[in-house]
Design a protein around this ligand. Structure first.
Ligand code: PLP
Length: 226
């Protein structure tokens, strides 16, 4: 199936659950991104800073770029002028740097805290207690050029649906607890970014507001097409 057909299918499915779709375009070419763009997609996710800046330079300016992968502090300056959301904030140090670079660019950058929910050693993210510690810190309270708009999580890479469902439910419970305790039920704290190609249906059932889908839209990333 074509990229446009795939895109419309997953976009519709997300919208039926009141969620938005992040089309994960990492390792895919600008012309493939344009196929999705021409089909109406505006939110794209990338995880490598250099790849993202090259694409952002040439592609339409109304694309909303999300960083979804681990971000090194020294790379923040390259994306701060234009990135529309950083979904993978996994330390206070990174958040402080994002704030600094956002200030330089006279921007307020929306961020998600990436929470560690998987039963694996390989995934980045903050533990539940670390999320709370960060939000309680004086450093965080002083940051005026970032806004935390929700949480992001990746489930364990497993075929056991029950485990994925339990992990996503935990993230949702944490989200509501944090919204209540730290954001005074503020409507800006609204996003639970969870679900990718292999598990987006479970995530939508569990209350995801943002699914990040790559291979189901663009095909396999191991085949380089540009
Ligand atoms: C690559 C990636 C995705 C998309 O993965 P697919 O399996 O291709 O849908 C989603 N989230 C993150 C954080 C990723 O790095």
């Amino acid at each position: 199936m074509s990229i446009a057909v795939n895109l419309l299918k997953y976009k519709k499915e997300a919208e039926e659950h009141s969620a938005s779709l992040v089309a994960v375009s990492k390792f895919h070419s600008s012309s493939e991104i344009m196929e999705a763009y021409d089909a109406g997609q505006r939110i794209f996710g990338e995880n490598i800073v250099q790849e993202l800046t090259e694409k952002a330079n040439t592609l339409p300016k109304d694309i909303q770029w999300h960083i979804i992968g681990h971000l090194q502090t020294n790379k923040v300056k390259y994306i701060a002028p234009f990135v529309s959301m950083i979904e993978s904030v996994d330390s206070l140090k990174l958040l402080i740097e994002i704030n600094k670079q956002a200030l330089k660019n006279k921007r307020i950058i929306p961020c998600l805290l990436q929470v560690y929910i998987a039963d694996e050693d390989t995934k980045f993210g903050l533990g539940f207690d670390e999320v709370i510690e960060l939000l309680r810190s004086e450093e965080y309270a002083s940051l005026k050029n970032i806004i935390i708009v929700g949480l992001m999580g990746m489930a364990t890479n497993t075929t056991v649906k029950k485990q994925i469902k339990d992990e996503y439910n935990e993230l949702k419970v944490l989200f509501h607890g944090i919204k209540h305790s730290f954001f005074n039920n503020n409507s800006e704290f609204a996003e639970i970014s969870m679900g990718m190609s292999s598990d987006y249906e479970i995530a939508l059932e569990a209350g995801s507001t943002m699914v990040r889908i790559g291979s189901l839209i663009f095909g396999n990333r191991s085949i380089k097409t540009n």
